[in-house]
Ligand binder design. Structure first.
Ligand code: ADP
Length: 162
């Protein structure tokens, strides 16, 4: 059985993330989605628990998708959940530079135990990012093309957007 970890900030989950999750859940037996605090990014709009709760709600019918929250390193979460690899999504060349460094670091700090698999979102989702969704919502624009209805509601229910 091949189990993989999809770690990220998911602040909040977008249709880009969802496209990667859908592909990963077709390719692998089980996908563990880990909501992590990326210390390079500000805390942002939602708490880790709020982000995870939205993802759980979206995938409650999917038996091979699990959602967890952790403050540990992604490789440690992968090892403790018996995940063979980390899945990451690639959008652009700028993602590529960062992801290459990240996968090398993750291999190194896990003593070569954790590899990384990159998937590409379908083209209509490739440009979407959580920060862009928050930005255009703050500008009063419609975000329904970029996030699930449940996520749109949660964003709209927040009084202040970061
Ligand atoms: P992180 O803070 O770990 O980068 P993100 O939530 O921003 O967390 O992203 C998690 C993963 O999902 C990253 O690999 C990112 O490149 C990928 N991702 C995010 N949005 C998209 C998208 N629209 N298409 C493809 N991959 C994406």
């Amino acid at each position: 059985m091949t189990k993989v970890l999809y770690p990220g900030s998911f602040n909040p989950i977008t249709k880009g993330h969802m496209n990667i999750i859908d592909q990963a859940s077709e390719l692998f037996d089980e996908v563990v989605i880990a909501v992590l605090q990326n210390t390079l990014k500000k805390v942002g709009l939602f708490t880790l628990e709020e982000r995870a709760e939205m993802i759980k709600e979206l995938y409650k019918e999917k038996k091979n998708i699990r959602v967890i929250v952790s403050t540990d390193a992604a490789v440690d979460v992968a090892l403790s959940h018996n995940c063979k690899a980390i899945v990451r999504g690639l959008r652009s060349l700028s993602d590529y530079d960062f992801e290459v460094q990240l996968q090398q670091m993750n291999k190194e700090i896990s003593d070569n135990q954790i590899n990384t698999i990159c998937l590409f979102a379908d083209k209509e989702y490739q440009f979407i990012s959580s920060s862009m969704v928050k930005e255009i919502h703050n500008l009063g624009k419609d975000i329904s093309k970029y996030v699930a209805p449940l996520v749109q509601e949660r964003i709209e229910s927040k009084k202040e957007h970061v």
